[in-house]
Design a protein around this ligand. Sequence first.
Ligand code: PLP
Length: 387
Amino acid sequence: MTGKPAGREHLPANELGASTVSVRGGFEPAVGEGISPPMQLSSTFHHPIDPDPNVLPFSYGRDRSPAFEPIERTIADLEGGRFGLAFNAGMSAAIPLLFEAKPGTALVMPADCYFGIRVYAETEVAPRGVEVRLVDQTDLAAVERALDGASFFWTETPTNPYLAVADLEAIGKLCAAKGVPWATDNTFATPILQNPLEWGATAVMHSVTKYIAGHSDLVMGAVVTNDEALFGRLRAYRGKNGTQPDGFGSWLARRGAQTLAIRVRQQTSSALAIATRLQAHPHVTRVYYPGLPGHPGHEIAAKQMKGGFGGMLSFEVKGGAAEAEAVIAACRVWMPATSLGSVESLIERRARWTGEVAGPALIRLSVGIEDLEDLWHDLERALLAAG
Ligand code: PLP
Protein backbone atom coordinates (compact mmCIF):
# COMPACT_ATOMS: atom_id res chain seq x y z
CA MET A 1 0.00 0.00 0.00
CA THR A 2 1.48 3.34 -0.97
CA GLY A 3 -0.57 5.56 1.37
CA LYS A 4 -1.03 7.96 -1.56
CA PRO A 5 -4.50 9.20 -2.51
CA ALA A 6 -6.12 6.96 -5.12
CA GLY A 7 -6.31 8.19 -8.73
CA ARG A 8 -9.69 9.06 -10.19
CA GLU A 9 -11.63 6.31 -11.87
CA HIS A 10 -10.76 5.75 -15.51
CA LEU A 11 -13.26 7.22 -17.93
CA PRO A 12 -15.44 4.60 -19.66
CA ALA A 13 -13.43 4.23 -22.89
CA ASN A 14 -16.22 2.41 -24.73
CA GLU A 15 -18.43 5.51 -24.41
CA LEU A 16 -15.79 7.95 -25.68
CA GLY A 17 -14.24 8.90 -28.99
CA ALA A 18 -10.69 7.97 -29.95
CA SER A 19 -9.26 11.47 -29.41
CA THR A 20 -10.59 11.60 -25.85
CA VAL A 21 -9.31 8.10 -25.08
CA SER A 22 -5.84 8.85 -26.40
CA VAL A 23 -5.57 12.26 -24.74
CA ARG A 24 -6.42 10.74 -21.33
CA GLY A 25 -3.78 8.12 -22.13
CA GLY A 26 -4.71 5.40 -19.63
CA PHE A 27 -3.85 7.56 -16.63
CA GLU A 28 -6.02 9.36 -14.07
CA PRO A 29 -4.07 11.36 -11.49
CA ALA A 30 -5.02 11.64 -7.84
CA VAL A 31 -5.78 15.13 -6.51
CA GLY A 32 -2.49 16.97 -6.22
CA GLU A 33 -0.66 14.66 -8.64
CA GLY A 34 0.65 15.83 -11.99
CA ILE A 35 -1.71 15.29 -14.90
CA SER A 36 1.17 13.85 -16.90
CA PRO A 37 2.09 10.48 -15.38
CA PRO A 38 5.52 10.37 -13.78
CA MET A 39 8.17 8.63 -15.87
CA GLN A 40 8.71 5.34 -14.05
CA LEU A 41 12.28 4.08 -14.26
CA SER A 42 12.25 1.61 -11.34
CA SER A 43 13.10 -1.99 -12.12
CA THR A 44 11.71 -3.25 -8.80
CA PHE A 45 9.02 -2.25 -6.30
CA HIS A 46 8.99 -1.98 -2.52
CA HIS A 47 6.79 -4.67 -1.06
CA PRO A 48 5.88 -5.95 2.39
CA ILE A 49 7.56 -9.10 3.72
CA ASP A 50 4.64 -11.26 2.64
CA PRO A 51 3.42 -9.63 -0.58
CA ASP A 52 -0.14 -10.15 -1.73
CA PRO A 53 -0.17 -9.74 -5.55
CA ASN A 54 -3.83 -8.67 -5.40
CA VAL A 55 -2.90 -5.67 -3.27
CA LEU A 56 0.46 -4.85 -4.82
CA PRO A 57 0.41 -5.59 -8.53
CA PHE A 58 3.97 -4.48 -9.18
CA SER A 59 6.87 -6.61 -8.11
CA TYR A 60 9.59 -6.75 -10.76
CA GLY A 61 9.81 -4.65 -13.93
CA ARG A 62 10.01 -7.54 -16.38
CA ASP A 63 6.46 -8.60 -15.60
CA ARG A 64 4.16 -5.64 -14.92
CA SER A 65 5.14 -2.05 -14.33
CA PRO A 66 3.48 1.34 -13.89
CA ALA A 67 6.00 2.37 -16.56
CA PHE A 68 4.06 0.72 -19.36
CA GLU A 69 0.56 0.19 -18.01
CA PRO A 70 -0.71 3.63 -19.20
CA ILE A 71 0.33 2.98 -22.82
CA GLU A 72 -0.96 -0.60 -22.65
CA ARG A 73 -4.31 0.62 -21.41
CA THR A 74 -4.45 3.38 -24.03
CA ILE A 75 -3.86 0.98 -26.93
CA ALA A 76 -6.28 -1.61 -25.52
CA ASP A 77 -8.97 1.07 -25.11
CA LEU A 78 -8.40 2.38 -28.65
CA GLU A 79 -8.71 -1.13 -30.06
CA GLY A 80 -11.76 -1.86 -27.92
CA GLY A 81 -10.02 -4.84 -26.27
CA ARG A 82 -9.80 -6.03 -22.67
CA PHE A 83 -6.08 -6.76 -22.44
CA GLY A 84 -3.11 -4.79 -23.75
CA LEU A 85 0.54 -5.75 -23.58
CA ALA A 86 3.48 -3.59 -24.60
CA PHE A 87 6.77 -5.01 -25.92
CA ASN A 88 10.18 -3.56 -26.69
CA ALA A 89 9.53 -3.75 -30.47
CA GLY A 90 6.76 -4.57 -32.90
CA MET A 91 8.70 -7.72 -33.75
CA SER A 92 8.70 -8.78 -30.08
CA ALA A 93 4.92 -8.35 -30.06
CA ALA A 94 4.45 -10.40 -33.25
CA ILE A 95 6.79 -13.29 -32.40
CA PRO A 96 4.85 -14.91 -29.51
CA LEU A 97 1.71 -14.70 -31.67
CA LEU A 98 3.49 -16.57 -34.49
CA PHE A 99 4.47 -19.21 -31.91
CA GLU A 100 0.78 -19.80 -31.27
CA ALA A 101 1.01 -22.01 -34.39
CA LYS A 102 1.59 -25.57 -33.19
CA PRO A 103 4.17 -28.02 -34.55
CA GLY A 104 2.60 -30.44 -37.02
CA THR A 105 0.13 -27.80 -38.21
CA ALA A 106 0.30 -24.78 -40.52
CA LEU A 107 0.76 -21.07 -39.94
CA VAL A 108 -1.03 -19.22 -42.76
CA MET A 109 0.13 -15.74 -43.69
CA PRO A 110 0.04 -13.34 -46.65
CA ALA A 111 3.10 -13.22 -48.90
CA ASP A 112 3.10 -9.42 -48.90
CA CYS A 113 2.82 -8.65 -45.19
CA TYR A 114 5.70 -6.84 -43.44
CA PHE A 115 8.62 -8.91 -44.69
CA GLY A 116 10.39 -9.02 -41.31
CA ILE A 117 7.48 -11.01 -39.88
CA ARG A 118 7.28 -13.34 -42.89
CA VAL A 119 11.03 -13.96 -42.84
CA TYR A 120 10.90 -14.63 -39.08
CA ALA A 121 8.14 -17.20 -39.62
CA GLU A 122 10.08 -18.88 -42.42
CA THR A 123 13.42 -18.96 -40.63
CA GLU A 124 12.47 -19.37 -36.94
CA VAL A 125 8.95 -20.82 -36.73
CA ALA A 126 9.12 -23.27 -39.66
CA PRO A 127 12.17 -25.15 -38.26
CA ARG A 128 10.04 -26.02 -35.20
CA GLY A 129 7.82 -28.22 -37.35
CA VAL A 130 5.28 -25.60 -38.43
CA GLU A 131 4.40 -25.40 -42.12
CA VAL A 132 4.41 -21.72 -43.15
CA ARG A 133 1.77 -21.39 -45.88
CA LEU A 134 1.80 -18.16 -47.85
CA VAL A 135 -1.55 -17.15 -49.27
CA ASP A 136 -3.08 -14.31 -51.23
CA GLN A 137 -5.32 -13.02 -48.45
CA THR A 138 -7.51 -11.13 -50.94
CA ASP A 139 -8.51 -14.50 -52.48
CA LEU A 140 -11.00 -15.85 -49.94
CA ALA A 141 -11.31 -19.25 -51.61
CA ALA A 142 -7.52 -19.63 -51.32
CA VAL A 143 -7.64 -18.53 -47.67
CA GLU A 144 -10.37 -21.07 -46.93
CA ARG A 145 -8.30 -23.89 -48.48
CA ALA A 146 -5.15 -22.76 -46.70
CA LEU A 147 -6.89 -22.83 -43.31
CA ASP A 148 -7.33 -26.62 -43.48
CA GLY A 149 -4.81 -28.05 -41.04
CA ALA A 150 -3.80 -24.60 -39.80
CA SER A 151 -3.59 -23.59 -36.17
CA PHE A 152 -2.99 -19.85 -36.69
CA PHE A 153 -3.70 -17.22 -39.33
CA TRP A 154 -1.66 -14.04 -39.57
CA THR A 155 -3.05 -11.18 -41.57
CA GLU A 156 -2.23 -7.55 -42.29
CA THR A 157 -4.39 -4.90 -43.95
CA PRO A 158 -3.60 -2.68 -45.71
CA THR A 159 -0.36 -4.51 -46.47
CA ASN A 160 3.20 -3.35 -46.64
CA PRO A 161 4.20 -2.26 -49.29
CA TYR A 162 1.41 -2.85 -51.85
CA LEU A 163 -1.53 -1.66 -49.72
CA ALA A 164 -3.56 -4.78 -50.51
CA VAL A 165 -6.77 -4.97 -48.50
CA ALA A 166 -7.97 -8.11 -46.72
CA ASP A 167 -11.66 -8.47 -45.92
CA LEU A 168 -11.61 -8.73 -42.12
CA GLU A 169 -15.28 -9.63 -41.84
CA ALA A 170 -14.94 -12.51 -44.32
CA ILE A 171 -11.68 -13.69 -42.73
CA GLY A 172 -13.32 -13.57 -39.29
CA LYS A 173 -16.13 -15.80 -40.54
CA LEU A 174 -13.78 -18.26 -42.26
CA CYS A 175 -11.53 -18.53 -39.20
CA ALA A 176 -14.54 -18.97 -36.89
CA ALA A 177 -15.93 -21.73 -39.14
CA LYS A 178 -12.57 -23.54 -39.19
CA GLY A 179 -11.80 -22.86 -35.52
CA VAL A 180 -8.52 -21.12 -36.38
CA PRO A 181 -7.42 -18.20 -34.18
CA TRP A 182 -6.11 -15.19 -36.08
CA ALA A 183 -4.17 -12.01 -35.51
CA THR A 184 -3.87 -8.83 -37.54
CA ASP A 185 -0.96 -6.45 -37.87
CA ASN A 186 -2.89 -3.18 -37.60
CA THR A 187 0.18 -0.92 -37.83
CA PHE A 188 -0.65 0.66 -41.20
CA ALA A 189 -4.34 1.18 -40.41
CA THR A 190 -3.87 2.44 -36.82
CA PRO A 191 -6.47 1.85 -34.08
CA ILE A 192 -8.08 5.14 -35.11
CA LEU A 193 -9.14 3.87 -38.53
CA GLN A 194 -9.63 0.14 -37.99
CA ASN A 195 -10.39 -2.17 -35.05
CA PRO A 196 -9.99 -5.82 -36.11
CA LEU A 197 -11.36 -7.19 -32.80
CA GLU A 198 -14.75 -5.96 -34.04
CA TRP A 199 -14.48 -8.47 -36.87
CA GLY A 200 -13.59 -11.33 -34.56
CA ALA A 201 -9.78 -11.17 -34.56
CA THR A 202 -8.23 -13.10 -31.68
CA ALA A 203 -5.48 -10.49 -31.34
CA VAL A 204 -4.31 -7.22 -32.84
CA MET A 205 -0.64 -6.35 -33.08
CA HIS A 206 1.00 -2.93 -33.52
CA SER A 207 4.44 -1.65 -34.19
CA VAL A 208 4.00 1.24 -31.73
CA THR A 209 7.22 2.59 -33.23
CA LYS A 210 5.12 3.91 -36.11
CA TYR A 211 1.84 5.83 -35.82
CA ILE A 212 1.04 5.33 -32.15
CA ALA A 213 4.29 6.82 -30.83
CA GLY A 214 4.48 8.92 -33.99
CA HIS A 215 7.77 10.84 -33.67
CA SER A 216 10.52 8.46 -34.91
CA ASP A 217 12.10 8.45 -31.47
CA LEU A 218 11.46 4.99 -30.02
CA VAL A 219 10.91 1.33 -30.92
CA MET A 220 7.99 -0.47 -29.27
CA GLY A 221 5.23 -2.98 -29.97
CA ALA A 222 1.86 -3.98 -28.56
CA VAL A 223 -0.75 -6.73 -28.63
CA VAL A 224 -4.42 -6.32 -27.71
CA THR A 225 -6.75 -9.27 -27.16
CA ASN A 226 -10.01 -10.22 -25.45
CA ASP A 227 -8.72 -13.75 -24.87
CA GLU A 228 -7.58 -13.98 -21.26
CA ALA A 229 -5.70 -17.26 -21.72
CA LEU A 230 -3.77 -15.86 -24.69
CA PHE A 231 -3.02 -12.70 -22.72
CA GLY A 232 -1.60 -14.87 -19.91
CA ARG A 233 0.62 -16.81 -22.34
CA LEU A 234 1.91 -13.65 -24.01
CA ARG A 235 2.64 -12.00 -20.68
CA ALA A 236 4.48 -15.08 -19.46
CA TYR A 237 6.46 -15.18 -22.74
CA ARG A 238 7.37 -11.51 -22.37
CA GLY A 239 8.43 -12.01 -18.74
CA LYS A 240 10.62 -15.02 -19.59
CA ASN A 241 12.21 -13.37 -22.60
CA GLY A 242 12.61 -9.89 -21.14
CA THR A 243 10.92 -8.22 -24.09
CA GLN A 244 9.11 -5.55 -22.08
CA PRO A 245 9.56 -1.86 -23.01
CA ASP A 246 11.67 0.52 -20.93
CA GLY A 247 10.36 3.39 -18.82
CA PHE A 248 11.54 6.26 -20.96
CA GLY A 249 10.21 4.78 -24.20
CA SER A 250 6.89 3.96 -22.52
CA TRP A 251 6.51 7.52 -21.30
CA LEU A 252 7.35 8.93 -24.74
CA ALA A 253 4.97 6.51 -26.46
CA ARG A 254 2.09 7.51 -24.21
CA ARG A 255 2.78 11.18 -24.79
CA GLY A 256 3.01 10.63 -28.55
CA ALA A 257 -0.24 8.64 -28.53
CA GLN A 258 -2.11 11.62 -27.07
CA THR A 259 -2.07 13.24 -30.53
CA LEU A 260 -2.59 10.02 -32.52
CA ALA A 261 -6.12 10.76 -33.74
CA ILE A 262 -5.40 14.28 -34.95
CA ARG A 263 -2.15 13.19 -36.66
CA VAL A 264 -3.82 10.29 -38.42
CA ARG A 265 -6.64 12.49 -39.68
CA GLN A 266 -4.14 14.94 -41.22
CA GLN A 267 -1.95 12.15 -42.67
CA THR A 268 -4.97 10.41 -44.15
CA SER A 269 -6.32 13.51 -45.85
CA SER A 270 -2.88 14.45 -47.28
CA ALA A 271 -2.27 10.86 -48.45
CA LEU A 272 -5.54 10.84 -50.40
CA ALA A 273 -4.69 14.15 -52.07
CA ILE A 274 -1.16 13.00 -52.96
CA ALA A 275 -2.37 9.63 -54.28
CA THR A 276 -4.98 11.36 -56.45
CA ARG A 277 -2.42 13.80 -57.89
CA LEU A 278 0.22 11.10 -58.44
CA GLN A 279 -2.29 9.05 -60.39
CA ALA A 280 -2.57 11.89 -62.91
CA HIS A 281 1.21 12.45 -63.15
CA PRO A 282 2.83 11.52 -66.49
CA HIS A 283 5.96 10.04 -64.82
CA VAL A 284 3.94 7.68 -62.61
CA THR A 285 2.75 4.33 -63.96
CA ARG A 286 0.72 3.06 -60.98
CA VAL A 287 -0.45 4.20 -57.55
CA TYR A 288 -1.37 1.84 -54.71
CA TYR A 289 -3.72 3.48 -52.22
CA PRO A 290 -6.98 1.95 -50.95
CA GLY A 291 -8.63 5.37 -50.87
CA LEU A 292 -8.59 5.55 -54.68
CA PRO A 293 -11.88 4.32 -56.16
CA GLY A 294 -9.97 2.20 -58.72
CA HIS A 295 -8.07 0.25 -56.02
CA PRO A 296 -9.29 -3.39 -55.98
CA GLY A 297 -9.81 -3.26 -52.21
CA HIS A 298 -11.48 0.16 -52.10
CA GLU A 299 -14.99 -1.05 -51.24
CA ILE A 300 -13.77 -3.41 -48.53
CA ALA A 301 -11.48 -0.75 -47.06
CA ALA A 302 -14.42 1.70 -47.04
CA LYS A 303 -16.45 -0.88 -45.09
CA GLN A 304 -13.86 -1.73 -42.43
CA MET A 305 -11.83 1.48 -42.11
CA LYS A 306 -13.45 4.43 -40.35
CA GLY A 307 -12.94 7.97 -41.58
CA GLY A 308 -10.12 7.40 -44.05
CA PHE A 309 -7.68 5.02 -45.69
CA GLY A 310 -4.46 5.78 -43.84
CA GLY A 311 -1.28 7.71 -44.43
CA MET A 312 0.66 5.09 -46.42
CA LEU A 313 0.83 4.74 -50.19
CA SER A 314 3.13 3.33 -52.83
CA PHE A 315 3.65 4.18 -56.48
CA GLU A 316 5.73 3.08 -59.44
CA VAL A 317 7.71 5.58 -61.49
CA LYS A 318 8.38 5.18 -65.22
CA GLY A 319 11.63 3.28 -65.63
CA GLY A 320 13.29 1.13 -62.98
CA ALA A 321 15.41 1.27 -59.85
CA ALA A 322 17.67 4.08 -61.13
CA GLU A 323 14.72 6.36 -61.94
CA ALA A 324 13.09 5.65 -58.57
CA GLU A 325 16.37 6.39 -56.75
CA ALA A 326 16.72 9.63 -58.72
CA VAL A 327 13.27 10.79 -57.55
CA ILE A 328 14.13 10.02 -53.94
CA ALA A 329 17.51 11.76 -54.21
CA ALA A 330 15.85 14.90 -55.63
CA CYS A 331 13.39 15.26 -52.70
CA ARG A 332 14.12 17.87 -50.08
CA VAL A 333 11.03 17.86 -47.86
CA TRP A 334 10.49 14.08 -48.04
CA MET A 335 13.12 12.37 -45.92
CA PRO A 336 14.77 9.28 -47.46
CA ALA A 337 14.40 6.85 -44.57
CA THR A 338 12.69 3.60 -43.75
CA SER A 339 9.91 3.24 -41.16
CA LEU A 340 6.59 5.04 -41.20
CA GLY A 341 3.82 6.70 -39.26
CA SER A 342 5.82 9.61 -37.95
CA VAL A 343 5.18 13.34 -38.13
CA GLU A 344 7.89 13.58 -40.82
CA SER A 345 7.12 12.41 -44.35
CA LEU A 346 9.39 9.52 -45.34
CA ILE A 347 10.20 8.12 -48.79
CA GLU A 348 11.98 4.91 -49.76
CA ARG A 349 12.44 2.34 -52.50
CA ARG A 350 11.33 -0.87 -50.84
CA ALA A 351 13.22 -3.23 -53.16
CA ARG A 352 16.47 -2.03 -51.56
CA TRP A 353 15.65 -4.42 -48.68
CA THR A 354 16.72 -8.04 -49.13
CA GLY A 355 13.68 -10.25 -48.53
CA GLU A 356 11.12 -7.58 -49.47
CA VAL A 357 8.64 -8.43 -52.23
CA ALA A 358 8.60 -5.20 -54.27
CA GLY A 359 9.16 -4.17 -57.88
CA PRO A 360 12.35 -2.18 -58.61
CA ALA A 361 10.51 1.09 -59.36
CA LEU A 362 8.19 0.94 -56.33
CA ILE A 363 8.46 3.95 -54.03
CA ARG A 364 6.72 3.85 -50.67
CA LEU A 365 5.54 7.06 -49.01
CA SER A 366 4.72 7.58 -45.36
CA VAL A 367 2.83 10.86 -45.33
CA GLY A 368 3.58 13.09 -42.35
CA ILE A 369 1.88 16.22 -41.03
CA GLU A 370 3.78 18.87 -43.00
CA ASP A 371 1.78 21.24 -45.22
CA LEU A 372 0.22 19.31 -48.07
CA GLU A 373 1.37 21.78 -50.75
CA ASP A 374 4.98 21.62 -49.53
CA LEU A 375 4.85 17.83 -49.80
CA TRP A 376 3.24 17.89 -53.22
CA HIS A 377 5.54 20.53 -54.75
CA ASP A 378 8.61 18.69 -53.49
CA LEU A 379 7.44 15.41 -55.02
CA GLU A 380 6.34 17.03 -58.26
CA ARG A 381 9.69 18.82 -58.61
CA ALA A 382 11.58 15.58 -57.85
CA LEU A 383 9.55 13.64 -60.43
CA LEU A 384 10.29 16.27 -63.07
CA ALA A 385 13.99 16.52 -62.16
CA ALA A 386 14.40 12.74 -62.34
CA GLY A 387 12.21 12.22 -65.40
N1 PLP B 1 4.66 -4.44 -38.83
C1 PLP B 1 4.81 -3.52 -39.78
C2 PLP B 1 3.69 -3.26 -40.75
C3 PLP B 1 6.02 -2.81 -39.89
O1 PLP B 1 6.17 -1.90 -40.86
C4 PLP B 1 7.07 -3.08 -38.95
C5 PLP B 1 8.36 -2.38 -39.03
O2 PLP B 1 8.71 -1.78 -40.01
C6 PLP B 1 6.85 -4.06 -37.97
C7 PLP B 1 5.64 -4.71 -37.93
C8 PLP B 1 7.92 -4.37 -36.97
O3 PLP B 1 7.91 -3.41 -35.96
P1 PLP B 1 9.21 -2.90 -35.17
O4 PLP B 1 10.15 -2.28 -36.16
O5 PLP B 1 8.65 -1.94 -34.16
O6 PLP B 1 9.82 -4.11 -34.51
